[in-house]
Design a protein around this ligand. Structure first.
Ligand code: HSE
Length: 413
């Protein structure tokens, strides 16, 4: 009988915050394929840490790269200096694992080209739907991954907040504070609630599944921060929920949006709650659904370490891919319009005015009256954003009421 002793994979961490600390803890448990942390790049090497401190904790990247790691694990977040350091590692032909969606979304084409030149992998399973191991799977299975649309929940913090607000009656601020306490939120949580994190993840998904290079700032993005309690209550009356959605369809020209959207209770994503993320992929061979925890130091660290082990085992899929630059159009979808005023105009007048702009109502909540204000929400048939905005402007002008809208998806979308 032969005993196989695996050699250790030597990694260097760029960044040692929550996720880096979790990587260090989890790596210590990897008995079958040891992972050794050679060192970590940190802002303050003298700060006490609650992990066994690796031998080389430094604020000098050159010092760390010189320690000859077999894999660089980039957990700095943001684009610089992460981009420079990753490019430098690739030039030295050191494989990279990153959880950094901003970096990938904004410089994915450059990094993929550098990886292709160097002939080494860049893996990023932890960057999107961190706790759902699907990117690597699909990178190896091109026939199964032959997708032309996706709809998902990609920001755990936003989903956690909307779930808490709808289910437990929390305010946005209370729910956000709890998400921060649990380590779900970004260092700047405005990136979560304003939809920036989700738009970056959608850009990474479009690179992965559609070979498209889409700048996240070019994607129509609405945050959950401007949602009104009213809309949550009205959504419930209409038999649905509001979820933080990312959506793209590239069957022909690319259409995409990011933002809170009304889903009927029968939608596959309607019961994806708390910090869970999910992705519905429309593929040539049917719809696929993936779901799991989307944020948190431990799930992110697990995805990072699995990528490290893939590289160690020599089974990492290549990230090299030629991306086609593309600007997304804004899709036509249904919308949930919410009106509020001291006194709303007659329902027939609202319907007439909207229909003059080609916007047709198909369902409405009863009118509510609270604190001397009337409100109502309407579901309207699919139109584009510009057409909807024109109708809402006319409504505001003619009827003097506040009018806002979020997108709405049918059960099959
Ligand atoms: N802030 C992110 C989220 C972390 O809540 O989804 C995981 O990318």
């Amino acid at each position: 009988m032969s005993i196989c002793v695996e050699t250790s994979i030597d990694i260097a961490l760029l960044g040692c915050g929550n996720v880096g600390t979790a990587v260090a803890r989890l790596a210590a448990l990897a008995a079958d394929q040891p992972v050794t942390i050679l060192g970590a790049l940190v802002r303050d090497p003298n700060r006490p840490r609650d992990i066994p401190v690796p031998p080389n904790v430094t604020s000098d990247p050159a010092h760390l790269l010189a320690s000859n790691p077999s894999v660089i694990v980039e957990l700095l977040g943001g684009t610089e200096p992460a981009r420079q350091l990753v490019l430098e590692a690739l030039e030295r032909r050191i494989p990279v694992v990153t959880a950094n969606k901003s970096l990938l979304a904004r410089h994915g084409a450059e990094l993929r080209e550098a990886a292709a030149r160097a002939g080494v992998p860049v893996l990023y399973e932890a960057a999107v739907l961190a706790g759902v191991p699907f990117l690597g799977t699909f990178a190896r299975r091109p026939f199964a991954a032959d997708a032309s649309s996706l709809t998902g929940i990609a920001n755990g913090t936003s989903n956690f907040i909307l779930t808490r607000c709808a289910r437990d009656g929390d305010s946005l601020a209370t729910a956000l504070a709890e998400a921060q306490r649990r380590g779900y939120a970004e260092p700047d949580p405005r990136n979560d609630v304003a939809g920036i994190d989700a738009a970056e993840k959608l850009a990474v998904l479009l690179q992965h599944f559609a070979s498209l290079d889409v700048h996240p700032d070019a994607i129509e993005t609405q945050g959950i921060d401007l949602l009104m309690d009213l809309q949550t209550a009205h959504a419930r009356e209409l038999g649905g929920v509001i979820k933080p959605i990312v959506h793209a369809d590239w069957t022909s020209a690319l259409e995409a949006f990011v933002g809170p959207a009304f889903l009927p209770a029968t939608h596959a994503l309607a019961r994806v709650d708390d910090v869970e993320n999910a992705l519905l992929l429309g593929t040539a061979r049917g719809r696929l659904l993936f779901q799991g925890p989307g944020a948190g130091a431990d799930v992110t660290a697990a995805a990072v370490l699995d990528d490290v082990r893939e590289i160690g085992a020599g089974t990492a899929p290549s990230a090299a891919r030629v991306l086609r630059g593309c600007r997304p159009d804004s899709p036509e979808t249904e919308w949930l319009i919410t009106l509020e005023s001291g006194r709303l105009p007659r329902a027939a007048d609202v319907a007439d005015l909207l229909s003059a702009y080609g916007v047709f109502t198909h369902r409405a909540t009863p009118r509510r009256s609270r604190d001397g204000r009337e409100s109502q929400s309407l579901l309207v048939w699919p139109v584009g954003r510009l057409q909807l905005e024109r109708a809402l402007d006319a409504l505001r002008g003619a009827a003097g009421c506040a009018a806002s809208a979020i997108r709405a998806l049918g059960a099959a979308a």
